[in-house]
Design a protein around this ligand. Structure first.
Ligand code: FAD
Length: 382
């Protein structure tokens, strides 16, 4: 189905992104998968090409166009090339972390951080999850207690995307540990602060080129000038920014499903069994037809959510619907596509095998399917 979301400038941008992915990511992708991390210069290369901070005002080194469709295109092209694992750090930087800086920074903070975020010299991460809590953010244990012009930060975080590479970590903490959500604030921890240490680059079943790390804070002296937004409003700031994060993950899910379907169609047209192409069995056709239909439906909903986001109308419930349904779609599609590859689908030399491993996390991170259904369910006046 023809998509009505894009204008000519988006098509041109897509073509530049495709060239960038083919030239700068695909040739090194397997090396990065083995290394468990992408090199930091992937960010500076992306920044120089104009693929970071597209929506940051030009005065701070950005592209000056607030239009999530550009972000969407970057995520889609990374998925189509089967390199979503290596690209996740870039999309996290643009789609998930940057909105906090754009909406919450003071003028001084904008001048200090935005140019580096746009050039890729300052890599960002967001740290909410702790070893003891994930979904239940109000129960977090990390604290930032005010001491003059500093906060003293203690605690630990885990599963943090870009955790090893990050220079600026938006960290959710309790500035008032006696309260739950109302005691939360966001502070920016910077590489090199005394007492701010990285733990292991965690071994995962998929997304191998994405560094996902533990972070430890021991009496870190964080200047009050690194408070992001308003003290005590951390949870509100998260709630305001999570819809875009969830839409980004949903859109990547649909794109990953589209890529998986494409590889599978190519495969089942070539592969024969019992004297005929595997794709010509009625079961294969029904499976492929079901997937084609579901992906088309998911894409229409995501595109509509992107329009709503642009108009400032995307609700938390709509973003939650998109997130759970599209990531469950991705999981279902890659599983069925792997099945249609037979034994070759289990071999990592086929992109479907990696896509299968990479897909498993998407209904979990950014808020689990269960939590997304809670958000939608709460709006139903039950
Ligand atoms: C690869 C990867 C990257 C990640 N990146 C980041 C990152 O950059 N920053 C960050 O802060 N975090 C990150 N996370 C953490 C991720 O967001 C959490 O794992 C996720 O939110 C779930 O939290 P949890 O693991 O503590 O699970 P839990 O909250 O312990 O949940 C366990 C199970 O219980 C269910 N459950 C919990 N509460 C309810 C409820 N009320 N009703 C029904 N079921 C419920 C959950 O749905 C889940 O099935 C990442 C995780 C991974 C694996």
């Amino acid at each position: 189905m023809r998509r009505t979301l894009f204008a000519e400038e988006h098509d041109q941008f897509r073509s530049s992104v495709r060239t960038f992915v083919e030239k700068e990511i695909v040739p090194s992708f397997l090396d990065w998968e083995r290394a468990g991390i992408v090199p930091r210069d992937l960010f500076t290369t992306a920044g120089a090409a104009g693929f970071l901070g597209m929506d940051v005002p030009e005065a701070y080194g950005g592209g000056g166009v607030a239009d999530f469709r550009f972000n969407l295109i970057l995520g889609e092209e990374l998925a189509y090339a089967g390199t979503g694992g290596a690209g996740l750090g870039l999309t996290l930087h643009n789609d998930i972390c940057l909105p906090y800086f754009l909406s919450l920074c003071t003028e001084e903070q904008k001048q200090r951080w935005l140019p580096g975020i746009c050039s890729g010299e300052l890599i960002t991460a967001i740290a909410m999850t702790e070893p003891g809590i994930g979904s239940d953010l109000g129960s977090m244990g990390s604290t930032a207690l005010r001491d003059g012009d500093h906060y003293v930060v203690n605690g630990s975080k885990t599963f943090i995307t870009n955790g090893i590479n990050a220079d600026l970590v938006i960290t959710a903490v309790k500035t008032d540990p006696s309260l739950k959500h109302k005691g939360m604030s966001l502070v920016v921890l910077e590489r090199g602060m005394t007492g701010f240490e990285r733990g292991r680059n965690l071994e995962k079943i998929g997304l191998h080129s994405q560094d996902t790390a533990e972070l430890f804070m021991t009496d870190v002296q964080v200047p009050v000038a690194n408070l992001l937004g308003t003290e005590g409003q951390g949870f509100v700031h998260l709630v305001q920014n999570l819809p875009q994060e969830r839409l980004s993950i949903a859109a990547a899910g649909v794109a990953a499903a589209e890529a998986a379907l494409g590889w599978t169609l190519d495969y089942v047209r070539e592969r024969t069994a019992f004297g005929q192409p595997v794709g010509s069995f009625q079961n294969s056709r029904f499976e492929l037809a079901t997937m084609r239909t579901e992906i088309d439906l998911g894409r229409v909903f995501v595109d509509r959510c992107v329009e709503a986001l642009g108009a400032g109308e995307l609700t938390a419930e709509e973003a939650a619907e998109a997130k759970w349904w599209c990531t469950e779609l991705q999981k279902r599609v890659v599983d069925r596509c792997l099945q249609l590859h037979g034994g070759y689908g289990y071999m990592l030399e086929y992109p479907i095998a990696r896509a299968y491993l990479d897909a498993r996390i998407t209904p979990i991170y950014g808020g689990t399917t269960e939590i997304m259904k809670e958000i939608v369910g709460r709006s139903l006046d039950l």
